[in-house]
Design a protein around this ligand. Structure first.
Ligand SMILES: Cc1cc2nc3c(=O)[nH]c(=O)nc-3n(C[C@H](O)[C@H](O)[C@H](O)COP(=O)(O)OP(=O)(O)OC[C@H]3O[C@@H](n4cnc5c(N)ncnc54)[C@H](O)[C@@H]3O)c2cc1C
Length: 579
């Protein structure tokens, strides 16, 4: 095979960049002339004069640019007006990061250095290119992901949070942005002059922490997740009058799997999640039993790949967007999903993948310390807060075991409070062995936490606990309590729609006897309920929310794949799943 010809590049520009970007060659590959020729049918030529802007931080990106001639300078801008050069891209190089797959806002600025000729490929055509040109698509996709990783590392294009690193608001917003793979910076007002000046100007009260500075200079005081997401352009307006083939509620493993399979088979898919992609699996420091990952993989890493994959196939993922209720009247051939901002999302079928929400045990004063020392999640953000301290962790299941092992690598000591008399019945053997091997995990069986006490400033200071075999109470001095005591199905939003749930609230599927007579059309009436279909035809359920499901990542992902065949059946789509 003839060797591919590479277009001329500004070679000396790669030397310093190679040191800054650890996987430079993969992050900023140079395309050959032949490759660019193959890409031409996906784009259109656009030319820019010296100094003209190709894309701007905080504004929706027009797609991916391939530089045909000239150079484009990529710079990072923050809300304080600082501009930092990132890289210079020349002929044969392409300009985009993962957000451009779905037309999200740009996280950096790009402007022409001299006159520039480009090929602009819109988000929709970019997705078509990735699918049609498999080898080239793989290189481009890898580059887009690595670029986002670099932007996250540098905090480029995201908000600047200003506040003490252990304040409840900082931990909450850092958790939200990190779980959603969104770049951000944290500045300590004591150490940073920009932050100190802003504090002097806004004089925030304790409840205002953190101040958040968006790249356009807007300042928010301790915003909620939705407010922050809106300010950053993370949520887009719902397309008017659009009816999706399927609306997926939840972007945990089951919802993401549904989205990937359904979108790859040509269905128009919308996915909503109230918090972040990954669901409960996102809380897992290391999943060791998912097929194909012999060394284990963190739940965040696994589901981040699925999140990118869903976008590659064109699924519209909306986060943070909570579905408040479901209207099953099927007006004009579509279900109506009422969203938290009042909009109604319309879809011809619905997949319930809303999983389960952590349980809040009966502990005195619990609500006072949530987000201020009481955690339901053990990620590096929480681990940082308990470095070299004693922590208390409640629970005896696999999720508690994983969290205890993870935290034992950061905390001085993990006191594990377990209601039962042993771990054998509730935890996998490999986790029990790791716990036994960790010198700084102390197991306390037949025990329960009963109350919490705090400092004057509202932080957790002490945990009261007792043995279930005696009424006497004891205390632990600790600033951090982790609760992993199981989860209840997240099905409140289905109330009033006729979707049948079992005694514990999990959604019943597949049982013919349970299917209501309230069916919307003749075709549905004639059909048997498929294995994953609920009592309302056209509404399906997958993963942890489903009655009788195995409550494992592998099970959730398998059900997501399986439900797509049933969706085709319901939608009367003749397209067969591609294998
Ligand atoms: C700490 C921890 C460790 C674990 N480790 C393992 C492991 O090692 N191996 C394994 O196999 N399993 C593990 N599990 C279990 C596994 O994570 C779950 O079985 C799996 O995540 C279930 O996936 P799901 O998509 O069905 O639901 P979930 O993961 O619960 O996702 C549901 C999603 O729906 C969203 N949602 C809920 N209601 C709404 C609404 N009204 N509107 C919009 N969005 C909504 C939620 O925000 C959430 O993101 C672990 C669980 C935990 C908590």
């Amino acid at each position: 095979m003839a060797e591919a010809t590479t277009m001329g590049t500004k070679a000396d520009a790669t030397a310093p960049a190679g040191q800054v970007f650890p996987r430079y060659e993969q992050t900023f590959p140079t395309l050959t002339l032949q490759e660019i020729a193959r890409m031409r049918r996906f784009g259109e030529e656009r030319n820019y004069r010296h100094g003209e802007i190709l894309f701007e931080t905080g504004k929706p990106g027009p797609g991916m640019f391939v530089v045909l001639s000239g150079h484009v300078a990529i710079t990072q801008r923050d809300g304080f007006g600082h501009v930092t050069p990132i890289i210079d891209q020349g002929p044969g190089q392409f300009l985009a990061e993962i957000g451009q797959l779905s037309g999200r806002v740009a996280l950096v600025d790009g402007h022409a250095e001299g006159d520039v000729e480009t090929l602009l490929i819109s988000p929709e055509r970019l997705r078509a290119l990735l699918v049609a040109e498999a080898d080239l698509g793989e290189r481009i996709m890898r580059a887009l992901i690595l670029r986002r990783v670099s932007l996250i590392r540098g905090g480029a294009g995201g908000p600047v949070l200003i506040g003490p690193s252990d304040s409840a608001g900082v931990v909450r917003l850092q958790g939200f942005l990190t779980r959603n793979g969104y770049p951000h910076h944290l500045l300590d007002p004591v150490a940073d002059t920009d932050a100190a000046e802003l504090i002097a100007r806004y004089s925030p009260s304790p409840s205002d922490w953190p101040l958040v500075v968006a790249p356009d200079g807007t300042v928010l005081r301790n915003p909620g997740e939705s407010e922050l997401a809106r300010a950053m352009g993370m949520i887009r307006e719902l397309p008017r009058d659009k009816v999706y083939d399927v609306a997926v509620v939840g972007s945990g493993p089951a919802g993401l799997s549904t989205a990937v399979y359904a979108a790859s088979e040509g269905l128009a898919v919308a996915v909503c999640d109230t918090r972040a992609f990954g669901g409960q699996a996102g809380a897992s420091a290391r999943i060791e039993n998912y097929l194909g990952f012999p060394t284990g993989i963190s739940g965040h890493a696994l589901t981040a790949r699925a999140f990118n994959q869903a976008q590659k196939f064109g699924a519209e993922v909306m986060i943070p967007v909570e579905v408040k209720s479901l209207d099953c009247a099927y007006v004009d051939g579509a279900f109506g999903l009422k969203l938290d901002n009042g909009d109604v999302l319309r879809a011809r079928s619905v997949v319930v993948a809303s999983g389960a929400r952590y349980r809040r045990p009966e502990i005195e004063n619990l609500a006072d310390f949530e987000g201020r020392g009481v955690w339901y999640w053990a990620s590096p953000i929480e681990a940082r807060l308990c470095a070299d301290q004693d922590v208390v962790l409640v629970g005896g299941g696999n999720s508690a075991g994983q969290a205890a092992v993870f935290l034992s690598g950061h905390a001085r000591k993990v006191h594990m409070v377990i209601r039962g008399g042993g771990l054998g019945a509730s935890m996998s053997r490999y986790l029990i062995e790791r716990i036994e091997a960790a010198p700084n995990i102390e197991l306390m069986f037949n025990a329960e936490v009963v109350g919490l006490e705090g400092t004057k400033d509202g932080s957790l200071e002490r945990v009261r606990w007792r043995s279930r075999l005696s009424p006497e109470e004891s205390t632990f001095d600790t600033r951090n309590l982790f609760l992993f005591v199981g989860a209840d199905p997240a099905t409140g939003w289905l109330d009033g729609c006729g979707v049948m749930v079992d005694r514990a609230g999990f959604v019943v599927t597949g049982a013919r006897d349970n299917v209501q007579e309230k069916v919307q059309d003749k075709k549905s009436q004639a059909r048997q309920a498929t294995a994953l279909e609920t009592s309302v035809p056209g509404v399906f359920a997958v993963g942890d929310v489903r009655s009788g499901s195995v409550k494992r990542v592998g099970g959730a992902i398998g059900e997501g794949a399986q439900v797509v065949a049933a969706l085709h059946g319901f939608l009367g789509d003749t397209a067969k799943p591609s294998l």
